[in-house]
Design a protein around this ligand. Structure first.
Ligand code: AOF
Ligand code: ZN
Length: 425
């Protein structure tokens, strides 16, 4: 694995060595790309790539904040590296400044996101950079947070610091796709995951589904949970599998467990209800849920969230996602079942897909596929995805895809397939 990652890095560097001219960016309320031609040298690319790698270490630990990495370079060598390690903790720039091996005065800082200029959980990074005497800042992408949005770069420039932007911008945006959506739309990024057989079934006709995918796929799928702030399932999944829906990978954060259950019918002795004191749990219901049952579930430690119904009486998923965004949940990992999946897919509400395909054929005309509901009548009406990659995963295949509107992210993965493999493994 280690070796694979190193190979990935070197292929990637080679590809990027060809692109000697990058587009700088200018922020004007929305992202407007200005063709400011900027020359990037090999050293710039090397250090920004290093900063991107550092940023990635924050995966699953910083939400709803962005993943950010920073490298400080003086006299041709890196004197400090930093990254945003944890939500609420130091920002990448101050993390790097605090670990400088020598005086950073006159140095260049490579940072994957525009330095912030506002007070949040942390003070403005722009002030720390100015105080440290940094001479030049190279920024991969501007911060889409309206509280920053180009002002960070302006402040640095006003204080006489040279600022260049846009180096590996696409990759930085891809890395922070969750943050970009959440901070601009206040809605969570939705990733759908399912495992199916090679004949497209998620369970046998009997309902048995243990297990569709192999051990390696199940390990990876469990680890993925820790990268999201919420795991969303339908009530049917709780009834059928009595799952815990926690992340069992060391060092990862526990996502909130969200159950779409219009009538609040999950049993109070289900594993979910019994563990609600330990793991944050949200039950999304409609006005059809009996208030005494809601009270019982609340006493178990479950937070209840009333949502409007859709015409079929189920929860209006669009409204639920809106409410989850308002509650500060920046990302949701959808784990089925088929009915919930269809209510999300049919409204094109999933942004990204991880589809595990196991080399099994089980047949059964009543055996469920990953998306239920009524389906579409004509092929022309299919919900269109764009494949980013397909990689082996233990005995299975893992297909990574995006909703067509995020086709640009799939293109980035395709262009850097090796890099994408590294990220999801
Ligand atoms: C940076 N470097 O490493 C990060 C930044 O509440 P706070 O203080 O953590 O601020 C969060 C906001 O700051 C976040 O929405 C984003 O705009 C920016 N995050 N900025 O300069 C970092 N994590
Ligand atoms: Zn900051």
């Amino acid at each position: 694995m280690e070796e694979k990652m190193q190979q990935a890095g070197s292929v990637d560097r080679q590809q990027h060595a060809d692109a000697d001219i990058a587009l700088g960016t200018l922020y004007q309320g929305n992202f407007i790309f200005m063709n400011i031609l900027t020359m990037w040298n090999e050293e710039d690319k090397k250090y920004m790539e290093m900063a991107l790698g550092l940023a990635e270490r924050g995966l699953g630990h910083v939400n709803p904040n962005p993943m950010v990495g920073a490298v400080i370079v003086k006299d041709g060598k890196a004197i400090a590296r930093g990254w945003h390690r944890k939500y609420g903790a130091l920002h990448a720039e101050t993390d790097a400044l605090s670990s400088c091996k020598e005086n950073p005065s006159g140095a260049t800082m490579y940072v994957t996101l525009e330095p912030c200029c506002h007070f949040g959980k942390q003070p403005p990074c722009t002030s720390a950079i100015i105080e440290a005497g940094i001479a030049k800042v190279a920024v991969a992408m501007l911060d889409p947070n309206p509280l920053v949005a180009g002002r960070g770069v302006e402040i640095l420039r006003e204080s006489g610091i040279e600022v260049v932007t846009g180096l590996f911008e696409e990759r930085a945006r891809y890395l922070n796709r969750v943050f970009i959506k959440f901070i601009t739309e206040h809605r969570p990024w939705v990733t759908m995951k399912y495992a199916m057989t090679m004949d497209g079934r998620i369970a046998a006709a009997s309902g048995d589904s243990k297990w569709v995918s192999g051990e390696e796929s199940r390990r990876l799928a469990n680890e993925m949970r820790g990268r999201y702030m919420g795991i969303l399932v339908g009530k049917g999944t709780v009834m059928a599998d009595n799952p815990m829906l926690n992340c069992r990978t060391d060092g990862m954060r526990q996502p909130a467990r969200i159950i779409a259950d219009s009538k609040a019918s999950i049993p109070e002795d289900s594993a979910i209800a019994l563990s609600a004191g330990e793991y944050q749990t949200i039950l999304a219901h409609t006005c059809a849920a009996p208030s005494d049952k809601l009270e019982i579930l609340r006493r178990c430690g479950i937070k209840t969230m009333e949502c409007p119904p859709s015409p079929d009486g189920r929860i209006d998923i669009n409204a639920l996602l809106q409410k989850l965004g308002e509650a500060g949940i920046d990302s949701v990992f959808v784990e089925g079942g088929a009915e919930l999946n269809w209510s999300i897919v049919s409204r094109d509400l999933a942004d990204e897909y991880f589809i595990f395909i196991a080399p099994k054929i089980i047949g059964g005309s009543t055996a469920k596929g990953p998306a239920g509901g009524r389906g579409i009548a004509r092929m022309n009406d299919a919900v269109q995805l764009k494949t980013a990659s397909a990689i082996p995963c233990g005995t299975d295949w893992l297909v990574h895809a995006f909703a067509a509107r995020y086709g640009a992210y799939a293109d980035i993965c395709r262009r850097e397939e090796m890099q994408a493999c590294k990220e999801i493994k």
